[in-house]
Design a protein around this ligand. Structure first.
Ligand SMILES: Nc1ncnc2c1ncn2[C@@H]1O[C@H](COP(=O)(O)OP(=O)(O)OP(=O)(O)O)[C@@H](O)[C@H]1O
Ligand SMILES: [Mg+2]
Length: 364
Protein backbone atom coordinates (compact mmCIF):
# COMPACT_ATOMS: atom_id res chain seq x y z
CA UNK A 1 0.00 0.00 0.00
CA UNK A 2 1.26 3.45 -0.80
CA UNK A 3 1.91 6.01 1.86
CA UNK A 4 -1.11 8.16 2.49
CA UNK A 5 -3.48 5.83 0.67
CA UNK A 6 -6.23 4.47 2.84
CA UNK A 7 -7.11 0.95 1.79
CA UNK A 8 -8.18 -1.00 4.83
CA UNK A 9 -6.61 -4.17 3.42
CA UNK A 10 -3.38 -5.34 4.97
CA UNK A 11 -0.35 -4.35 2.99
CA UNK A 12 1.90 -7.01 1.57
CA UNK A 13 4.40 -6.05 4.25
CA UNK A 14 1.96 -6.77 7.07
CA UNK A 15 0.71 -9.96 5.47
CA UNK A 16 4.32 -11.13 5.35
CA UNK A 17 4.75 -10.40 9.02
CA UNK A 18 1.51 -12.15 9.92
CA UNK A 19 2.56 -15.16 7.88
CA UNK A 20 5.90 -15.27 9.62
CA UNK A 21 4.69 -14.82 13.16
CA UNK A 22 4.19 -18.51 13.89
CA UNK A 23 7.82 -19.23 13.11
CA UNK A 24 9.45 -16.75 15.44
CA UNK A 25 10.77 -17.69 18.83
CA UNK A 26 12.32 -14.69 20.54
CA UNK A 27 12.53 -13.66 24.15
CA UNK A 28 10.36 -10.56 24.28
CA UNK A 29 10.56 -8.34 27.35
CA UNK A 30 7.11 -6.92 28.10
CA UNK A 31 7.69 -3.55 29.74
CA UNK A 32 4.67 -2.05 31.51
CA UNK A 33 3.41 -0.09 34.51
CA UNK A 34 0.57 -1.80 36.33
CA UNK A 35 -2.06 0.58 37.64
CA UNK A 36 -2.69 -1.42 40.77
CA UNK A 37 0.74 -0.58 42.18
CA UNK A 38 0.01 3.10 42.49
CA UNK A 39 -3.50 3.87 43.84
CA UNK A 40 -4.54 7.55 44.13
CA UNK A 41 -3.43 9.10 47.39
CA UNK A 42 -5.37 11.56 49.54
CA UNK A 43 -5.84 14.86 47.73
CA UNK A 44 -5.01 13.41 44.28
CA UNK A 45 -7.66 13.61 41.51
CA UNK A 46 -9.48 10.29 40.77
CA UNK A 47 -7.93 10.09 37.28
CA UNK A 48 -4.35 10.37 38.60
CA UNK A 49 -3.44 6.87 37.36
CA UNK A 50 -5.68 6.79 34.31
CA UNK A 51 -2.79 6.02 31.96
CA UNK A 52 -1.43 2.97 33.76
CA UNK A 53 -2.27 -0.47 32.42
CA UNK A 54 -4.46 -3.15 33.96
CA UNK A 55 -3.37 -6.71 34.55
CA UNK A 56 -5.86 -7.73 31.84
CA UNK A 57 -4.02 -5.63 29.24
CA UNK A 58 -0.57 -6.86 30.27
CA UNK A 59 -1.72 -10.49 30.16
CA UNK A 60 -3.49 -9.98 26.81
CA UNK A 61 -0.29 -8.59 25.23
CA UNK A 62 1.72 -11.46 26.75
CA UNK A 63 -0.79 -13.99 25.47
CA UNK A 64 -0.62 -12.58 21.94
CA UNK A 65 3.19 -12.72 21.99
CA UNK A 66 3.21 -16.28 23.35
CA UNK A 67 0.73 -17.44 20.77
CA UNK A 68 3.14 -16.21 18.14
CA UNK A 69 5.80 -18.49 19.62
CA UNK A 70 7.75 -16.05 21.79
CA UNK A 71 8.89 -16.34 25.38
CA UNK A 72 7.72 -13.38 27.43
CA UNK A 73 9.78 -11.82 30.23
CA UNK A 74 7.71 -9.46 32.41
CA UNK A 75 9.40 -6.19 33.34
CA UNK A 76 7.63 -3.72 35.65
CA UNK A 77 8.82 -0.27 34.57
CA UNK A 78 9.90 0.96 37.98
CA UNK A 79 13.19 1.19 39.89
CA UNK A 80 13.67 -2.58 39.49
CA UNK A 81 13.55 -2.44 35.67
CA UNK A 82 17.29 -2.06 35.05
CA UNK A 83 18.13 -5.24 36.98
CA UNK A 84 15.20 -7.12 35.45
CA UNK A 85 16.25 -6.21 31.92
CA UNK A 86 19.84 -7.25 32.60
CA UNK A 87 18.70 -10.54 34.12
CA UNK A 88 16.31 -11.46 31.29
CA UNK A 89 18.45 -10.34 28.30
CA UNK A 90 15.41 -10.03 26.00
CA UNK A 91 16.01 -10.01 22.23
CA UNK A 92 13.59 -7.11 22.01
CA UNK A 93 11.12 -5.37 24.34
CA UNK A 94 7.45 -4.70 23.71
CA UNK A 95 7.06 -1.32 25.34
CA UNK A 96 3.76 -0.20 26.86
CA UNK A 97 5.28 1.58 29.88
CA UNK A 98 3.69 4.95 30.58
CA UNK A 99 6.26 5.74 33.30
CA UNK A 100 5.53 6.59 36.88
CA UNK A 101 6.71 10.15 37.33
CA UNK A 102 8.41 13.10 35.70
CA UNK A 103 7.80 15.32 32.69
CA UNK A 104 9.36 12.80 30.27
CA UNK A 105 8.18 9.67 32.07
CA UNK A 106 7.26 7.78 28.89
CA UNK A 107 10.87 8.06 27.76
CA UNK A 108 12.54 6.67 30.83
CA UNK A 109 12.37 2.97 30.03
CA UNK A 110 13.23 3.50 26.35
CA UNK A 111 16.32 5.40 27.53
CA UNK A 112 17.26 2.50 29.82
CA UNK A 113 16.74 0.02 26.97
CA UNK A 114 18.97 2.11 24.72
CA UNK A 115 21.58 2.23 27.47
CA UNK A 116 21.52 -1.58 27.63
CA UNK A 117 21.44 -1.96 23.84
CA UNK A 118 18.02 -3.66 23.83
CA UNK A 119 15.74 -2.92 20.85
CA UNK A 120 12.15 -1.97 21.67
CA UNK A 121 8.84 -1.48 19.90
CA UNK A 122 7.42 1.95 19.17
CA UNK A 123 8.78 5.45 19.13
CA UNK A 124 12.10 6.50 20.57
CA UNK A 125 13.09 8.56 23.60
CA UNK A 126 12.79 11.97 21.95
CA UNK A 127 9.48 11.36 20.16
CA UNK A 128 7.84 9.98 23.30
CA UNK A 129 9.03 12.94 25.37
CA UNK A 130 7.87 15.48 22.79
CA UNK A 131 4.46 13.84 22.31
CA UNK A 132 3.81 13.82 26.05
CA UNK A 133 4.61 17.53 26.15
CA UNK A 134 1.63 18.76 24.13
CA UNK A 135 2.86 22.35 23.63
CA UNK A 136 6.19 20.99 22.37
CA UNK A 137 4.41 18.62 19.96
CA UNK A 138 2.30 21.54 18.73
CA UNK A 139 5.45 23.59 18.07
CA UNK A 140 6.79 20.70 15.99
CA UNK A 141 3.47 20.41 14.13
CA UNK A 142 3.49 24.13 13.45
CA UNK A 143 7.05 23.96 12.07
CA UNK A 144 5.96 21.16 9.73
CA UNK A 145 2.73 22.99 8.76
CA UNK A 146 0.51 20.32 10.32
CA UNK A 147 -2.66 22.23 11.29
CA UNK A 148 -3.20 22.34 15.06
CA UNK A 149 -5.32 24.79 17.14
CA UNK A 150 -3.65 28.05 18.15
CA UNK A 151 -2.51 27.89 21.75
CA UNK A 152 -1.01 29.52 24.81
CA UNK A 153 0.71 27.92 27.80
CA UNK A 154 0.35 29.09 31.40
CA UNK A 155 3.12 27.77 33.60
CA UNK A 156 2.47 27.35 37.33
CA UNK A 157 2.41 30.79 38.94
CA UNK A 158 1.90 32.62 35.65
CA UNK A 159 -1.24 34.79 35.67
CA UNK A 160 -3.80 34.55 32.87
CA UNK A 161 -3.42 37.62 30.64
CA UNK A 162 -5.50 39.11 27.88
CA UNK A 163 -5.51 36.64 25.04
CA UNK A 164 -5.02 37.05 21.35
CA UNK A 165 -7.79 34.64 20.34
CA UNK A 166 -11.48 34.33 21.12
CA UNK A 167 -13.72 32.34 23.45
CA UNK A 168 -14.73 29.56 23.67
CA UNK A 169 -11.36 28.08 24.53
CA UNK A 170 -10.25 24.65 25.69
CA UNK A 171 -8.01 24.09 28.73
CA UNK A 172 -6.06 20.88 29.34
CA UNK A 173 -3.02 19.69 31.25
CA UNK A 174 0.13 20.26 29.22
CA UNK A 175 1.52 16.78 29.78
CA UNK A 176 -1.12 14.07 30.23
CA UNK A 177 -3.05 11.43 28.32
CA UNK A 178 -6.19 9.28 28.75
CA UNK A 179 -8.19 12.52 29.10
CA UNK A 180 -6.75 13.17 32.55
CA UNK A 181 -8.00 16.56 33.69
CA UNK A 182 -10.53 16.76 30.83
CA UNK A 183 -14.25 17.28 31.52
CA UNK A 184 -17.08 19.42 30.12
CA UNK A 185 -15.63 22.25 32.25
CA UNK A 186 -12.50 22.17 30.04
CA UNK A 187 -14.44 24.22 27.49
CA UNK A 188 -14.42 27.77 28.87
CA UNK A 189 -16.64 30.61 27.71
CA UNK A 190 -15.20 33.60 29.61
CA UNK A 191 -12.21 34.87 31.54
CA UNK A 192 -13.58 33.71 34.89
CA UNK A 193 -13.96 30.11 33.69
CA UNK A 194 -10.57 30.25 31.98
CA UNK A 195 -8.86 31.35 35.20
CA UNK A 196 -10.65 28.65 37.18
CA UNK A 197 -9.60 25.84 34.79
CA UNK A 198 -6.00 27.06 34.58
CA UNK A 199 -5.89 27.07 38.38
CA UNK A 200 -7.17 23.47 38.48
CA UNK A 201 -4.37 22.39 36.09
CA UNK A 202 -1.82 24.09 38.32
CA UNK A 203 -3.14 23.04 41.69
CA UNK A 204 -4.62 19.57 41.12
CA UNK A 205 -2.51 18.35 38.22
CA UNK A 206 0.67 20.21 39.28
CA UNK A 207 1.59 21.31 35.78
CA UNK A 208 1.27 23.97 33.11
CA UNK A 209 -2.11 24.59 31.48
CA UNK A 210 -2.44 24.37 27.71
CA UNK A 211 -5.12 26.75 26.41
CA UNK A 212 -6.32 26.16 22.84
CA UNK A 213 -8.85 27.46 20.40
CA UNK A 214 -11.97 25.32 20.75
CA UNK A 215 -12.70 23.01 17.80
CA UNK A 216 -16.50 22.60 17.59
CA UNK A 217 -16.67 19.97 14.83
CA UNK A 218 -16.63 16.18 14.41
CA UNK A 219 -13.92 14.19 16.18
CA UNK A 220 -11.86 11.34 14.72
CA UNK A 221 -8.96 9.18 15.75
CA UNK A 222 -6.66 7.67 13.12
CA UNK A 223 -4.46 4.63 13.80
CA UNK A 224 -1.19 4.11 11.92
CA UNK A 225 0.97 0.96 11.84
CA UNK A 226 4.39 0.43 10.25
CA UNK A 227 7.24 2.60 9.07
CA UNK A 228 7.46 2.69 5.29
CA UNK A 229 4.32 1.18 3.83
CA UNK A 230 2.17 2.69 6.54
CA UNK A 231 -1.07 0.87 7.28
CA UNK A 232 -4.15 2.87 8.29
CA UNK A 233 -6.81 1.25 10.42
CA UNK A 234 -10.49 2.06 9.84
CA UNK A 235 -10.98 5.56 11.27
CA UNK A 236 -13.05 5.92 14.45
CA UNK A 237 -15.43 8.83 14.87
CA UNK A 238 -16.63 9.64 18.38
CA UNK A 239 -20.44 9.75 18.52
CA UNK A 240 -21.45 12.32 21.12
CA UNK A 241 -25.19 12.06 20.36
CA UNK A 242 -26.01 9.60 23.19
CA UNK A 243 -24.10 11.71 25.78
CA UNK A 244 -25.92 14.11 28.11
CA UNK A 245 -26.39 17.46 26.35
CA UNK A 246 -24.37 19.39 28.95
CA UNK A 247 -21.35 17.18 28.19
CA UNK A 248 -20.43 19.55 25.32
CA UNK A 249 -19.17 16.87 22.89
CA UNK A 250 -15.95 16.39 24.82
CA UNK A 251 -14.17 13.00 24.79
CA UNK A 252 -13.63 13.33 28.53
CA UNK A 253 -12.22 11.07 31.23
CA UNK A 254 -15.82 10.23 32.21
CA UNK A 255 -16.66 9.36 28.59
CA UNK A 256 -13.66 7.05 28.19
CA UNK A 257 -14.33 5.35 31.53
CA UNK A 258 -18.09 4.97 31.46
CA UNK A 259 -19.43 5.17 27.93
CA UNK A 260 -17.69 2.39 26.08
CA UNK A 261 -20.69 0.84 24.28
CA UNK A 262 -20.72 0.57 20.50
CA UNK A 263 -23.31 3.36 20.24
CA UNK A 264 -20.64 5.91 21.24
CA UNK A 265 -18.45 5.22 18.21
CA UNK A 266 -18.77 5.09 14.45
CA UNK A 267 -16.31 2.49 13.24
CA UNK A 268 -15.59 2.93 10.44
CA UNK A 269 -16.43 6.63 10.49
CA UNK A 270 -18.93 7.65 7.81
CA UNK A 271 -16.53 9.48 5.47
CA UNK A 272 -16.17 9.79 1.72
CA UNK A 273 -13.05 8.27 0.16
CA UNK A 274 -11.58 11.76 -0.21
CA UNK A 275 -12.36 12.75 3.37
CA UNK A 276 -10.80 9.56 4.68
CA UNK A 277 -7.72 10.05 2.52
CA UNK A 278 -7.38 13.60 3.83
CA UNK A 279 -7.54 12.51 7.48
CA UNK A 280 -5.02 9.70 6.86
CA UNK A 281 -2.68 12.12 5.11
CA UNK A 282 -2.91 14.57 8.00
CA UNK A 283 -2.35 11.84 10.59
CA UNK A 284 0.67 10.58 8.67
CA UNK A 285 2.08 14.10 8.47
CA UNK A 286 1.83 14.35 12.27
CA UNK A 287 3.37 10.87 12.68
CA UNK A 288 6.29 11.79 10.43
CA UNK A 289 6.75 15.26 11.92
CA UNK A 290 7.29 13.63 15.30
CA UNK A 291 9.55 10.87 13.91
CA UNK A 292 7.26 8.18 15.29
CA UNK A 293 7.87 4.48 14.74
CA UNK A 294 5.77 1.32 14.41
CA UNK A 295 2.47 2.45 15.89
CA UNK A 296 0.56 5.63 16.71
CA UNK A 297 -2.87 7.19 16.99
CA UNK A 298 -3.60 10.74 15.94
CA UNK A 299 -6.59 12.63 17.40
CA UNK A 300 -8.19 15.05 14.98
CA UNK A 301 -11.14 17.44 15.21
CA UNK A 302 -12.82 19.72 12.70
CA UNK A 303 -13.06 23.49 13.14
CA UNK A 304 -16.17 25.59 12.47
CA UNK A 305 -15.40 25.50 8.74
CA UNK A 306 -14.98 21.74 8.61
CA UNK A 307 -11.18 21.89 8.36
CA UNK A 308 -9.31 19.14 10.26
CA UNK A 309 -6.76 19.98 12.99
CA UNK A 310 -4.47 17.65 14.91
CA UNK A 311 -5.15 17.85 18.66
CA UNK A 312 -2.42 15.42 19.63
CA UNK A 313 -0.47 12.32 18.70
CA UNK A 314 -0.27 9.19 20.86
CA UNK A 315 2.91 7.24 20.11
CA UNK A 316 2.11 4.95 23.07
CA UNK A 317 -1.58 4.35 22.43
CA UNK A 318 -3.75 2.37 24.86
CA UNK A 319 -3.92 -1.36 24.09
CA UNK A 320 -6.68 -2.54 26.44
CA UNK A 321 -8.33 -5.39 24.49
CA UNK A 322 -11.83 -4.59 23.23
CA UNK A 323 -11.71 -1.20 24.96
CA UNK A 324 -8.94 1.11 23.72
CA UNK A 325 -9.36 2.74 20.31
CA UNK A 326 -6.62 0.80 18.47
CA UNK A 327 -7.72 -2.70 19.52
CA UNK A 328 -11.28 -1.75 18.51
CA UNK A 329 -10.01 -0.60 15.11
CA UNK A 330 -7.96 -3.79 14.67
CA UNK A 331 -11.02 -5.88 15.55
CA UNK A 332 -13.15 -3.90 13.11
CA UNK A 333 -10.90 -4.71 10.16
CA UNK A 334 -10.41 -8.36 11.09
CA UNK A 335 -6.77 -8.01 12.15
CA UNK A 336 -7.78 -8.78 15.73
CA UNK A 337 -5.86 -8.20 18.93
CA UNK A 338 -3.19 -10.86 18.36
CA UNK A 339 -2.60 -9.55 14.85
CA UNK A 340 -2.27 -6.00 16.17
CA UNK A 341 0.29 -6.90 18.85
CA UNK A 342 2.37 -9.07 16.54
CA UNK A 343 2.24 -6.54 13.72
CA UNK A 344 3.61 -3.88 16.10
CA UNK A 345 6.39 -6.30 17.04
CA UNK A 346 6.93 -7.17 13.39
CA UNK A 347 7.26 -3.52 12.41
CA UNK A 348 9.93 -3.04 15.10
CA UNK A 349 11.80 -6.23 14.12
CA UNK A 350 11.81 -5.06 10.52
CA UNK A 351 13.05 -1.60 11.51
CA UNK A 352 15.93 -3.08 13.52
CA UNK A 353 16.79 -5.49 10.69
CA UNK A 354 15.90 -8.38 13.01
CA UNK A 355 13.62 -10.38 10.73
CA UNK A 356 16.70 -12.49 9.91
CA UNK A 357 16.94 -13.37 13.59
CA UNK A 358 13.51 -14.91 13.26
CA UNK A 359 14.76 -17.08 10.41
CA UNK A 360 17.90 -18.01 12.37
CA UNK A 361 15.90 -19.01 15.44
CA UNK A 362 13.64 -21.15 13.25
CA UNK A 363 16.49 -23.06 11.69
CA UNK A 364 18.57 -23.41 14.88
N1 LIG B 1 -8.85 22.27 21.12
C1 LIG B 1 -9.86 21.45 21.39
N2 LIG B 1 -11.13 21.75 21.01
C2 LIG B 1 -12.16 20.93 21.29
N3 LIG B 1 -12.03 19.79 21.99
C3 LIG B 1 -10.80 19.43 22.40
C4 LIG B 1 -9.65 20.23 22.12
N4 LIG B 1 -8.56 19.60 22.64
C5 LIG B 1 -9.02 18.48 23.21
N5 LIG B 1 -10.36 18.37 23.09
C6 LIG B 1 -11.24 17.30 23.61
O1 LIG B 1 -10.61 16.69 24.72
C7 LIG B 1 -10.31 15.32 24.42
C8 LIG B 1 -8.99 14.92 25.02
O2 LIG B 1 -7.96 15.76 24.50
P1 LIG B 1 -6.56 15.13 24.11
O3 LIG B 1 -6.74 14.12 23.06
O4 LIG B 1 -5.63 16.26 23.83
O5 LIG B 1 -6.19 14.48 25.52
P2 LIG B 1 -5.48 13.15 25.97
O6 LIG B 1 -5.73 13.04 27.43
O7 LIG B 1 -4.05 13.16 25.57
O8 LIG B 1 -6.21 11.98 25.18
P3 LIG B 1 -5.75 10.44 24.96
O9 LIG B 1 -6.68 9.62 25.81
O10 LIG B 1 -6.07 10.25 23.50
O11 LIG B 1 -4.32 10.30 25.32
C9 LIG B 1 -10.32 15.25 22.91
O12 LIG B 1 -10.54 13.93 22.48
C10 LIG B 1 -11.44 16.21 22.57
O13 LIG B 1 -12.73 15.66 22.76
MG1 LIG C 1 -6.46 12.18 22.81
Amino acid sequence: MEEGSCSSKLSAFLAFLLEGKKQMGLTVGLVYNLGKYDPPEDGEPPDVNAELDSETTVMAVADALRQAGHDVAFVEADETALDALRAHHPDICFNIAEGLRGDSRESQLPAVMELLGIPYTGSNVLSLAMALDKPMAKRVFTYHRVPTPKFEVYEIGQPVHKRSFKFPLFVKPAREGSSKGISPASMVANLHELRRQVEIMHEEYHQAALVEEFLPGREFTVGILGNQNHHFFPITEINFAPCPEDHHAIYSYQFKKEWDGEEYYFLPAPLSTDERARLCKLALAAFKAMNCYDIGRVDIRLDSEGQPHVMEINPLPGLAPGFSDLPRMADAEGMGYHGLINNILGAALDRYGMLDLRVASRTA
